[in-house]
Each structure stands twice: as C-alpha cells, then as structure tokens.
Design a protein around this ligand. Structure first.
Ligand SMILES: Nc1ncnc2c1ncn2[C@@H]1O[C@H](COP(=O)(O)OP(=O)(O)OP(=O)(O)O)[C@@H](O)[C@H]1O
Length: 497
C-alpha cells in the first residue's frame, strides 16, 4: 500500500468509491469532480492559501467532493455538524474566520442571515463546479488541511487544525494496523464532523480503494438490512450503535435475526471506539454475532493512538497498545513518566499524527503540550500489557476520600446489572469525602430495580468507597451527536434539583 499519495484518493479505476442512495460513484468520476470543484473554488487564483472553506452537508457525494476539493485547492476544510444549532454554527464560523460556506439550497434560508452577519459567502456545491479541471497547486505536507471542532464535552469547542502530513499519518497507520484493502466495503452513518467518520472510515477507505456506503444518519433497520444482505466487510461504530443494533436484533423474527448475525459474522472486522465499550456489550456482541469487537482509543487532536490488535488478543474493557509510530506514555501528577504497570496516569502522545494547533488559540495550544508531548486529559492504566482507559481527568476521575476513582469502571459494573440499560457516573461535591459517586441510570423496558438493590449489587463487586451514594433513575441520558453522554449536563441536573 503506497503511503505517499496526495490527495489521499484512488484515481485511475472504475472501482466504486461511494454508494450514495441510488448513485454509485467510481473513483475515476470522483477524482474528476474533485478536480473541477477545486478549480471552481480557486476561481482563477493559483492557491487558496489556507482559506477556510466550511461545509454544512450531510454524508453524501457532495461532502466528499468538497473535502477533497478544498484539499486540492490548498484551503482548510471546515466540516460542520449538520445537527448544530445556529448559535453553535455562529461560534464555529466566527472562530475559524470562515470566508465561504457551502450548503445545499434547502439550508440556505436557515443559514442566510448568519452568513450575512458574518460576511460569509453562502454557496451551493453545484455553483462551485468548474466546467473543466484547471491547474492545481502543489501541496506540501506541513500545510494546514482541516479544522475539526471538538465536541465540547469538556469545554467550549476548539478548532483542531491538522496538516496534510498529520492526516496522512492518521490514515496510513490504520491501513496497515487494521488490514484495509481495496476489496473492503464499509457503511458510514456516523456524523462527518469527527475523526471517527472522516479519518477512520471515509479517508482510510478512499485511500485503500474500498467502497463506502453513505447514510445520512444511523438507522438500525436500514443498516441491518444491508448487513444481512452481506454488503460489508468492515464495520466501525460507537458503542451506542452496537446497543441499538442488538435492540433491533431482538425485535426481528428468527430468520431475519439469523441473516443479520450471519452478515456480521462474515465481516473481517468490527471496531468500537469514541467512548468506552462496556464489557457486557463486548460479550453480548460476541455471543450474538461471533465477532470480537476491536476497541481502540483516539481523539480529534491525535487521530487513533491505542488499539487492540487486528491479529491477536482483543481484550474486553481495554484499548490495547500504541499503534506503530505513535508514542504513548502515562504521566503521574508529578509530571514524571510512570514506570510500572498498574499505576494510573495521564495519557500523553507524540508522533506525526498529533495535530498542529488549536486555531487562533495559542494559549490553549501551549497549555496542551508538555516537552513536545500532547496531554490528552485522559487517564489510563496498563494491565498485563494493555491500556485500560479510566476516563477524562476533568469529569470521569472522581476524587473521594483520598482515592481516585474511575467513573468508567463503576459504569461497567452498573451496566452488568440485568435491569440496567444505560449508566453514567459523576462525582458530586461532599463535605466529608471531597466528592462522592452519583449514578444516573436508565432501566431496561419492563425492568424494575431500587436504589438499595443497586447499592447491594455494587457492594458485592466494588470496594465500598466506589459504591454510588446517590442513585437517580432517569428516562434517558443526555448525549451529543456521537452518542457520548454529556456529563456536565448531568452535573447541572443535580445542582438545579
Ligand atoms: N475506547 C475508548 N474508551 C474510552 N474513552 C474513549 C475511547 N475512545 C475515545 N474516548 C474518549 O473520547 C475522547 C475523544 O473524543 P473527541 O475528540 O471527540 O472529544 P470529546 O470528548 O467528544 O469532546 P471535547 O474534546 O470537546 O471534550 C477521548 O479523549 C476519550 O475521553
């Protein structure tokens, strides 16, 4: 597999790159469209010189053409969350100092006023297509290529800027590690303003010459139907998607359920990431489909850093080891690397995959690096050679009576209870202990369980200081577009009650 290709897109064949509704787009056709779009974007200029071009487009051929067109023309691609509110878009567009925004005609009425206020040209993809491809600039590796906003799980979204070199490194490490080939076929239903969808799925597939089936959103029935038909060889999703697929499976008759399980069983790889995959989910998925989920860890700023092996032991509740070329170390509070296994520390990462900067935010950029290492803000521990993620220092690590507890570890125990469908754990202030553990729980349909029973269940499985002191039953947990629980909202719920 060549690792020096630019743009990261196959060019010269009739192989299908994208399946978009009824359309099948070949690599040759996609490449042609990308060049014409890049030419149209340039509008006679030699180079976009890192102009920020934002796009508000659902997963589809236009999205892919825009992303690659901006890259080819020397701009910075700013893919926006199509589920974002106007206030959020205002923040992204203003922060990135976007000059042109591309959206379908149907969204222009909604975006018009905001663009006028910010002095942004609002355009449709088709009006940017030049009749013919013209000369395109040379792109060197250290040029800025993309700006993706963090979800804001922990703070106001920041624009994470990656270079062409960073993107290449993030893609190529996965091509080898996860065995991508031109024969692969993968569905893409995750939001396309996150590295999971953009890099791990779309970019790896297009580099490898594989086919990507684009869905505007996740729809369990639609995806399951294609899986049952044997359409895919690889599947990548967040844990909540696997939960929804299992729910869907439960509602199918025997024949349909068997076809869906066989569709998954025949795949060469199923991957979970972006949030912790609870051990019970890992086990259920294996029991139903025979697939051993490959869990990995990464973030917007670094792409993927830790992964269970493609060949070898994939351990439930763990994210494996550093990917080749990615340096990972755990650091203690004294800012020193942790030498021995079993000692928790902050994950710090170094390598060509690590982003360049937070856009227009030198202070945040400086604060996030120490001696050349990017400080992720996530805690982990190494157990028998494999990393286990304990969670975000800012919200998942609960300081109680001198102990540091991992919310993820407690959530895993809660989720193992047969009556519990969803669980989220946070720390709440306490005069005696500093913080105590509070759990928010969603019960399974038709199941009932009391707070006392939950305490007893945890008491048998966790040290007493980890047992939730407060238990709240809720109808659902607040989640962002990636399906991650937004824990600051839970904190607010407690303080407002
Ligand atoms: N396998 C995993 N297990 C546990 N946590 C994971 C895993 N993979 C990713 N994460 C979590 O997701 C984070 C990266 O996601 P992303 O870059 O989208 O940021 P976010 O948490 O959604 O938002 P923000 O950076 O704004 O707080 C990681 O820092 C980590 O906390």
């Amino acid at each position: 597999m060549p690792t020096d290709r630019f743009p990261p897109l196959r060019t010269d064949n009739d192989r299908i790159a994208l399946i978009d509704g009824d359309r099948r787009v070949s690599y040759g056709a996609l490449h042609g469209a990308v060049e014409r779009l890049a030419t149209g974007l340039l509008g006679g200029k030699a180079d976009l010189e890192e102009e920020r071009i934002a796009f508000f487009l659902p997963a589809g051929t236009d999205y892919v053409t825009l992303l690659h067109g901006v890259w080819r023309a020397g701009g910075i691609a700013v893919p926006l969350n199509v589920g974002a509110t106007l206030d959020e878009l205002d923040h992204y567009l203003g922060c990135a100092r976007v000059t042109r925004l591309v959206a379908h005609a149907g969204d222009h009425a909604m975006l018009g006023e905001l663009c006028a206020r910010l002095g942004i040209d609002l355009l449709r993809p088709d009006e940017l297509m030049a009749a013919q491809a013209g000369a395109l600039p040379e792109i060197v590796e250290d040029r800025r290529a993309m700006m993706v906003f963090t979800s804001g799980t922990t703070s106001k979204p920041k624009g994470v800027v990656t270079t062409h070199g960073n993107i290449r490194a993030q893609i190529t490490v996965l091509l080898d590690a996860w065995g991508w080939s031109g024969e692969d076929r993968i569905p893409l239903f995750l939001p396309l303003h996150h590295v999971h969808g953009i890099i791990n799925i779309l970019s790896c597939a297009l580099w490898a010459g594989a086919s990507v089936h684009l869905f505007p959103r996740f729809d369990a029935a639609a995806v399951a139907a294609r899986v049952s038909a044997g359409d895919y060889t690889v599947f990548m999703a967040v844990p909540t998607v696997y939960v929804k697929l299992l729910d869907h499976l439960d509602g199918l008759d025997e024949g349909a359920a068997r076809a869906m399980c066989e569709g998954f069983a025949a795949m060469r790889l199923t991957v979970s990431g972006s949030a912790a995959c609870p051990v019970p989910l890992f086990e259920q998925w294996r029991a139903r489909t025979g697939q051993v989920l490959l869990e990995r860890y990464g973030m917007t700023e670094i792409g993927m850093a830790l992964s269970n092996p493609y060949r070898g032991e994939r351990r439930a509740g763990h994210v494996g080891q550093p990917l080749p070329g990615v340096e990972v170390r755990l650091y203690g509070e004294d800012d020193r690397p942790i030498g021995e296994e079993g000692q928790p520390g902050e994950i710090r990462v170094k390598g060509p995959n690590v982003f360049l900067e937070y856009w227009d935010n030198e202070e945040a950029t400086r604060a996030s690096f120490r001696d050349g290492w990017f400080c992720t803000g996530d805690m982990a521990v190494v157990e028998r050679g494999y990393y286990r993620i304990m969670g975000r220092t800012s919200i998942d690590i609960i300081k109680s009576g001198g102990y540091k507890l991992s919310a993820l570890e407690i959530e895993a125990v809660l989720l193992a209870h047969p009556a519990i469908a969803e669980a989220a754990v946070i720390g709440v202030e306490d005069a005696t202990w500093g913080e105590v553990v509070a759990a928010f729980l969603v019960t399974r349909p038709g199941a009932a369980v009391s707070a006392e029973e939950i305490a007893a269940w945890c008491g048998e499985r966790l040290s007493s200081y980890k047992v939730p002191r407060q238990v709240r039953f809720v109808d659902s947990l607040p989640r962002n577009a990636m399906g991650k629980v937004t824990k600051p909202d839970l904190k607010a719920l407690l303080t407002s009650a």
